[in-house]
Design a protein. Structure first.
Length: 263
């Protein structure tokens, strides 16, 4: 899953694809490089980010989705049911909600009505407060329990269980040690019985690897670390990885396939 951030303040690319023309060109490039899906979002979810207005989020994503719908399957990265509806009308095929439907009570009913796959991420609060909520007894058990609570609520709203994809939410209301523990025990999340999406790409916890506690690699220097996590989760059989660097990801997956040998 290639990331297309149509935002001026993304933690990863700093708004490099903010104009519709640049975002569409970037999406085409990612597909040419090997992306199977494009994830298009108009709201930055980096820690501390403020939310755009509904009108602004619609302005950012709808034309890009309409332009890329025939290039590859598109998921819309949004927490708003109104944006998801407009995106689906424009040609999106998947809804990717980092709040798992918690941020907008209308999201579950919309997804159920449209009959599309829904990616439900583990989430405890918006970007301005989420890191203050990173308190767990056992992070994998707690995340798994909270994800299954979302599955139960979504199914109660009419979403077919086979359409639900789970995302443990790396970097969202989680400290570095929480992210690493989830990666080590990701098989427990996969045992919940749903497809799993992993989004570690360029996350801050990867930037601290091999550095002193007060030092961190900038986002664009985290692709090698991202590739190592990709190799790990690919071996576990995750459904997809959400990445910024598609070329490195394809190389990583090809090498992992060779190491595993013939099917």
């Amino acid at each position: 899953m290639g990331v297309v951030n149509v935002t001026p303040d993304s933690f990863s690319d700093g708004g490099a694809w903010f104009t519709p023309e640049d975002a569409v060109a970037h999406g085409r490039d990612l597909v040419a490089q090997g992306a199977d899906l494009l994830d298009i979002g108009g709201e930055s979810t980096r820690p501390g980010a403020e939310r755009p207005s509904l009108a602004e989020e619609l302005r950012r994503v709808v034309p890009v989705i309409a332009a890329l719908r025939d290039v590859a399957p598109v998921s819309v990265d949004t927490m708003r049911a109104d944006v998801a509806a407009a995106a689906l009308d424009a040609g999106a095929a998947i809804v990717n909600d980092v709040s798992g439907g918690l941020a907008d009570p209308d999201m579950g009913a919309l997804v159920a009505e449209r009959g599309v796959p829904f990616i439900a991420m583990h989430w405890r609060g918006h970007s301005t407060v989420m890191q203050s909520l990173a308190v767990y007894d056992d992070v994998v058990a707690d995340v798994s329990r909270e994800l299954m609570a979302r599955v139960e609520a979504l199914c109660a709203a009419g979403v077919a269980p086979e359409r639900i994809v789970l995302d443990p939410g790396f970097g969202f209301a989680k400290k570095a040690e929480h992210n690493w523990e989830i990666l080590r025990r990701l098989d427990e999340v996969m045992a919940l019985g749903h497809r799993v999406l992993v989004g570690t790409s360029r996350k801050t916890f990867l930037g601290h690897v091999g550095r002193s506690p007060d030092a961190v690699r900038p986002p664009l220097e985290r692709d090698v670390a991202t590739a190592v996590t990709t190799a790990h989760v690919a071996g576990l059989g995750v459904w997809a990885v959400r990445v910024h660097d598609v070329v490195a990801t394809i190389d990583t997956l090809d090498v992992a396939d060779e190491l595993r040998g013939p099917a």
